[in-house]
Unconditional design. Structure first.
Length: 83
């Protein structure tokens, strides 16, 4: 006797959103600054705010790592959490 097990390919019941650490909107980017102890999720608006803040301070010294703010990749790691 052979037993068969039906497996559903619908995984929608397991889907969830990671909320933005600032405003609780759905996060789209995992972000970690050079002085942050861990990654946190941010929505598109707050990611853009981070980038604009960096660009407004290019050339100044970072308070976290004391290196100059020239390249955003030196001070931030960003990873998309949306497909």
């Amino acid at each position: 006797m052979m037993l068969t097990h039906e497996v559903s390919s619908d995984l929608s019941e397991y889907e969830f959103d990671i909320p933005c650490a600032v405003c609780c909107a759905p996060g789209v980017i995992m972000s970690k600054g050079c002085s942050d102890p861990h990654y946190f999720a941010v929505c598109g608006k707050h990611h853009q705010d981070t980038v604009q803040n960096f660009e407004a301070n290019v050339g100044k010294q970072c308070k976290g790592c004391h290196r100059p703010w020239w390249d955003i990749g030196t001070h931030y790691n960003f990873h998309s959490i949306r497909g």
